[in-house]
Design a protein around this ligand. Structure first.
Ligand SMILES: C[S@@+](CC[C@H](N)C(=O)[O-])C[C@H]1O[C@@H](n2cnc3c(N)ncnc32)[C@H](O)[C@@H]1O
Length: 189
């Protein structure tokens, strides 16, 4: 991931490159790695599911955020773990998933799931007020989105724009957002 970030950064203009520093380390150690500096927005997306428990990471994220700053996490949704095995016709796995707190994820690794309520509680315990939560990839999680390579980049861009519009609407309203496999929680410190 750091190598991918490095490649993308190299393609950015100098004023962007100059504002970014990549640091290798555990998120839980972020306050020390950034030497106590606090940030207006602290994001941790797609990482909590790989940790045995969320609290130390949430603690670190909150500690890195300025007063009135934003903390943003994306996590695996413990409330919807039956959806993926069911759509893949793994019925025994789907039945077991109603009582599970994790799954073997899309990368083939064991993952752990969270709930909006529990993470909101961890935010609140550290003085971060939960502001909003969203469902993520409600529809597109279940599609193969290859570019088809028909050569028409304009059509691809147009479809991406329309996908984003639909996902955003679904992601911010019930009952759709509740069915998402991943959720996005935003709080203010
Ligand atoms: C699925 S990727 C998500 C990457 C990126 N945030 C994104 O949204 O595309 C998960 C990443 O979490 C990293 N990771 C796992 N445990 C971590 C930890 N304790 N602290 C920081 N990163 C961690 C892994 O190395 C991997 O790069």
């Amino acid at each position: 991931m750091l190598a991918a970030a490095q490649r993308r950064l190299a393609a950015e203009p100098a004023d962007v490159r100059d504002r970014v520093r990549l640091v290798r380390g555990s998120g839980e150690d972020a306050p020390a790695l950034t030497r106590g500096r606090r940030f207006a927005a602290v994001l941790c997306h797609g990482v909590l599911m790989y940790l045995s428990e969320p609290a130390p990471m949430i603690e670190a994220l909150c500690a890195c955020t300025v007063v009135d700053g934003i903390v943003s996490v994306m996590a695996l949704n413990a409330a919807t773990l039956a959806v993926r095995p069911a759509l893949e016709r793994r019925w025994d796995d789907a039945r077991a998933a109603f009582h599970a707190r994790g799954e073997c994820g899309v990368l083939g690794l064991d993952t752990r799931a969270d709930t909006v309520e529990e993470l909101s509680g961890l935010f609140a315990d550290r003085g971060v007020r939960p502001l909003a939560w969203y469902g993520v990839w409600l529809f597109t999680d279940w599609m193969t989105l290859d570019d088809g390579d028909d050569g028409d980049d304009e059509d691809d861009e147009d479809e991406l724009t329309r996908i984003a519009e639909v996902e955003l609407e679904a992601g911010r309203r019930d009952p759709y957002r509740r069915l998402s496999r991943v959720f996005h929680l935003v709080g203010r410190g």
